[in-house]
Design a protein around this ligand. Structure first.
Ligand code: C2E
Ligand code: CA
Ligand code: CA
Ligand code: CA
Length: 279
């Protein structure tokens, strides 16, 4: 039993080496992925609550790894942020989504919005706003059709700084959406001062919406409060008709979730949009 400690130590270090190796490998292939543009953008529709029409789409990135297949964003975005690869990757996603929107527009979908997720690392770049302007010009994308989704941690990092950037983006005509609202330490205090147009209620509130009266009261007051501040409200992670009906009765403007569609590759979302254009 005495030697156990020593063995444990050996076991532990080799395990750590393995982890380190794994991480280095992952870093390497992620760097390549950015160079080789191995990413794919999927789109999930946002649905208007009043008539169930498609209001727009959210771009969600996946990594199409040459041997491991489609890798979900939660598996590589934290590392991409740590390595700052999120900057070129985020630019790529944004450019791609804008180009795609222009294609849809040429097919007749003139009032579709496209939402793109933005990481805190991107906002911190001194040329962030300019890089957005460049992509808008390059793709011909109308700023009013673009939504940028940010999370609270972005704001908490440096409120004044971030709010100034949000202000500049809004002046361009871009809309700002606060993602995952209620998930973190959301303080209603700062919401009033914040330069945002859209509030996205986190899935965790929607999950218990139809089972829990407290949850329903919270969601109701969030929606009412956001409306009083002239914000649009969207609920994410809507999976049942019960949830949909409940959100509709609470005057939630839009919903997003598996009930209507999972995130889809371009050709499939295009099909869904076309079907709608027919009616
Ligand atoms: P998010 O922005 O909160 O996106 C919503 C996530 O919930 C997506 O996961 C979506 O597929 C999933 N989802 C949508 N509806 C439902 C539903 O009804 N039920 C359930 N269980 N899940 C639903 P996904 O695509 O795996 O993305 C995960 C996260 O990765 C995103 O969370 C976002 O934070 C991040 N992400 C994705 N694409 C990008 C990107 O281009 N840039 C950055 N910075 N982050 C991204
Ligand atoms: Ca999002
Ligand atoms: Ca979210
Ligand atoms: Ca989320």
């Amino acid at each position: 039993a005495k030697s156990c400690g020593k063995n444990m130590y050996h076991f532990y270090t080799s395990d750590m080496n393995e982890k380190l190796l794994e991480k280095l490998e992952m870093e390497n292939s992620l760097r390549h992925a950015v160079d080789r543009e191995e990413f794919v953008v999927y789109y999930q529709p946002k649905i208007n609550t009043n008539d169930k029409s498609i209001a727009g789409v959210e771009a969600l990135v996946r990594w199409n790894h040459p041997t491991n297949g489609m890798i979900p964003p939660n598996m590589f975005i934290p590392l991409a942020e740590e390595m700052r690869l999120i900057v070129p990757m985020g630019q790529w996603v944004l450019r791609n989504a804008c180009k795609q929107n222009q294609i849809w527009k040429s097919l007749g979908c003139t009032d579709m919005s496209v939402a793109v997720n933005i990481s805190v690392i991107q906002i911190q770049q001194s040329d962030f706003v300019q890089s957005i302007i460049d992509i808008l010009e390059e793709t011909g994308m109308q700023p009013s059709s673009l939504e940028l989704e940010i999370t609270e941690n972005i704001i908490m990092k440096d409120f004044e700084f971030t709010n100034k950037i949000l202000h500049d983006l809004r002046k361009l005509g871009i809309r700002i959406s606060l993602d995952d609202f209620g998930k973190g330490y959301s303080s209603l205090n700062y919401l009033r001062q914040l330069e945002i147009d859209i509030l996205k209620i986190d899935k965790s509130f929607i999950d218990d919406l139809t089972k829990d009266h407290n949850e329903q009261a919270i969601v109701k007051s969030v929606i009412d409060m956001a409306h009083s501040m002239k914000m649009t409200v969207i609920a994410e992670g809507v999976e049942t008709w019960e949830q949909f009906t409940s959100l509709k009765s609470l005057h939630c403007d839009k919903v997003q979730g598996y009930l209507f569609s999972r995130p889809l590759p371009v050709n499939e979302i295009e099909h869904m949009i076309e079907e709608q254009e027919k009616v």
